[in-house]
Design a protein around this ligand. Structure first.
Ligand SMILES: Nc1nc2c(ncn2[C@@H]2O[C@H](COP(=O)(O)OP(=O)(O)OP(=O)(O)O)[C@@H](O)[C@H]2O)c(=O)[nH]1
Ligand SMILES: [Mg+2]
Ligand SMILES: [Zn+2]
Length: 302
């Protein structure tokens, strides 16, 4: 009798996936029929719920990938046809990780991550690692993002500072560390799951760019419930299928102003009587955040 089962994909490599079902992890291969269907998104990634069959004693096969309720994805880097590169499916929280010291925080990249989180309805948490390298005083960006309402956790994988609040925020959720190479995503996971021993690289060159140590995305089970993903460092983060008319909704601090613009479909770039531009000029909206908005708008319409 054919047995069918459902499970959660915790690791994905070409053609094969590790699936967690009833507390154990099994390796399964993807049904050929699935692989041959044309698509513009990744077939099966970590976080996907799948239906499995066991055609014989030795093999387990993924028969179906269930629809995703959320995901963290980017546009596949490079030229060629536009394809979605899904890093984690069915995600609850995005741990957008940067650090004190090196590599230096780029708020333009932070804004990209935040826009993707808003657009994909995944809760963003800004994680600032390497607290041991922190300069005294709160930097301006910190106040800006805090006043918008984004949670910021300052932690150190090195000293353990702030790790309790981070671990508390993870419980019973599917979360993923994302961010540039070298900020310490794998180091943080090693702190949270000491048995794991993930690969860690030293921040290699004097530009402070990391070396992309983590290659395969994996979903790790947490002792207190929930799952945690490590992802490779991201250098290029093209926004995927971001409808240009929704972009202003991905900047929460614009929401109370955009209703007051003279034009209903105001782009907040060149129109007269734009309440958003007025708010920028009055200092109520951070000019750097507004600049990120304008740049992403230009990119989406290009
Ligand atoms: N000072 C300090 N260094 C840290 C801390 N956490 C991590 N590092 C160092 O930062 C470097 C990069 O750490 P990784 O954990 O490999 O960074 P990653 O974000 O996983 O990088 P990729 O896998 O390339 O994306 C290593 O040299 C770590 O030792 C910290 O809290 N303080
Ligand atoms: Mg890593
Ligand atoms: Zn406007």
């Amino acid at each position: 009798m054919a047995e069918t089962m459902e499970g959660l994909v915790v690791r994905s490599t070409a053609g094969f996936v590790d699936v967690r079902l009833d507390g154990q992890v099994v390796q399964a291969r993807l049904r050929g029929r699935l692989k041959n269907t044309p698509r513009t998104t990744d077939l099966c990634v970590i976080g996907d719920h799948v239906r499995l069959s066991r055609p014989d004693d030795r093999s387990i096969v993924v028969e179906e990938v269930f629809p995703r309720h959320s995901r963290f994805s980017r546009r596949q880097p490079g030229k060629g046809p536009i394809k979605e590169d899904v890093l984690v499916a069915n995600l609850d929280q995005l741990l957008i990780t940067f650090c004190h010291g090196r590599p230096v925080l780029k708020t333009r990249l932070l804004d990209r991550f935040l826009v993707i989180a808003e657009h994909q309805h995944v809760r963003p948490i800004i994680v600032m690692n390497k607290a041991d390298l922190r300069e005294p005083g709160d930097p301006t960006w910190h106040r800006t993002y805090e006043s918008i309402g984004y949670p910021i956790l300052t932690v150190s994988a090195g000293t353990g500072e702030g790790m309790d609040s981070l671990i508390h925020a993870l419980s019973d959720k599917i979360s993923a560390f994302v961010g540039p190479s070298g900020v310490g995503k794998s180091s943080l996971i090693n702190r949270i799951l000491p048995g794991l021993d993930l690969n860690i690289a030293s921040v290699s060159d004097h530009h402070g760019k990391g070396r992309h140590t983590t290659r395969v995305a994996t979903l790790h089970a947490l002792a207190g419930g929930g799952f945690l993903a490590d992802t490779p460092g991201i250098r290029e983060l093209g926004t995927w299928a971001l409808p240009i008319e929704h972009l202003d909704q991905c900047f929460p601090e614009l929401s109370s102003y955009r209703e007051q613009c003279a034009f209903r479909s105001c782009s907040h770039t060149h129109e007269p009587q734009c309440a958003v531009v007025d708010a920028v000029n009055e200092g109520a909206i951070d000019p750097e955040r507004y600049e990120s908005y304008v740049r992403l708008r230009e990119e989406s319409s290009a």
